[in-house]
Design a protein around this ligand. Structure first.
Ligand SMILES: [Fe+2]
Length: 289
């Protein structure tokens, strides 16, 4: 191992990790080490730039806690989280797109049934979201479970905002026997991802930006199907084609401004008019498909 130079270093390091007992970890390290070394050789990273990189990662670590993970934010801003989702879903033929979980999912949301009204004291435009959960073969998925969360008209999720009730604009909904679901809410808002840490430094240094288009988060679960983590996006949002974290997919962009039918008005008699409707069907991939 003394005969190490600019190129042979890579073989030496790969050999050192070649006996990693865990098969998957061995595969990952065997692929990662040569790519990492090639990257440094290709861009001719200087010692000063390497120290800056280490300082930058240290800042991300210092800003992180149980409630906040700046490494996830960096992964999102660099498109890495999106690539992981796209790889995971690449063979899910016929399924609706999955996309980022985001940092504001908090398990243990209140259970509600289809037709739930989440509006309560929230101001803002009223919105009814409705549709059906289906399998990739077109058959409905009875009693599918939909976990739903979004931000309030002030742009904040309840997990970020001590002034909101703990369960504001979040719920776990059970679809009916035909897989149909609906709920009333208020229009979500576009918002900026956190700019006060490493993520903010990255976007400022690169002239990228921090805005996410308005969206509602979903996790949909049904027996025999992949747990589906996704979002719907407001087609009219100015950031829908420049999401800071690359989470938008064409089939997840929906018009949030459709007028309700008479049936919609009858289904939601307690929702103050005027309100808009967005129709969203979800197609889940079978786990054995
Ligand atoms: Fe979000």
């Amino acid at each position: 191992m003394r005969d190490i130079d600019y190129m042979t270093i890579t073989d030496a390091v790969v050999s050192a990790y070649a006996d990693t007992p865990n098969e998957r970890l061995r595969e990952i390290l065997g692929a990662l080490i040569p790519r990492l070394h090639d990257l440094i050789r290709d861009i001719e990273l200087t010692p000063a730039e390497w120290r800056m990189t280490m300082d930058f990662l240290l800042q991300a670590a210092k800003a992180s806690s149980d409630q906040r993970n700046d490494f996830i934010l960096l992964s999102d801003l660099l498109g890495v989280s999106a690539v992981v989702d796209l790889v995971d879903g690449r063979d899910d033929d016929g399924a609706t797109s999955a996309t980022l979980l985001g940092p504001f999912y908090v398990p243990g949301q209140p259970d509600m049934t289809s037709g739930a009204d989440l509006i309560k004291d929230n101001p803002g435009e009223r919105l009814v979201v409705q549709g059906q959960v289906l399998s990739a073969n077109g058959s409905p998925l009875p009693h599918a479970v939909l976990e739903i969360w979004q931000n309030a008209p002030n742009g904040l999720y309840t997990a970020q905002d001590p002034d909101q009730p703990e369960d504001n604009l979040r719920c776990t909904l059970r679809a009916d026997a035909e897989g149909k679901y609906s709920f009333a809410t208020v229009k979500p808002q576009s918002y900026k991802v956190r700019e006060d840490g490493a993520g903010g430094k990255l976007v400022k240094a690169s002239s990228w930006h921090s805005w996410r288009p308005a969206h509602i988060h979903f996790i949909i679960s049904a027996d025999g199907h992949k747990r589906h983590v996704t979002q719907i996006f407001d087609a009219a949002d100015p950031y829908v084609d420049k999401d800071a974290v690359f989470g938008v997919r064409a089939d997840l962009v929906k018009p949030f401004d459709q007028a309700p039918t008479d049936a919609d008005k009858a289904n939601f008699p307690d929702v103050q008019s005027p309100f808009n409707v967005v129709n969203v069907d979800w197609v889940l991939a079978p786990t054995n498909g």
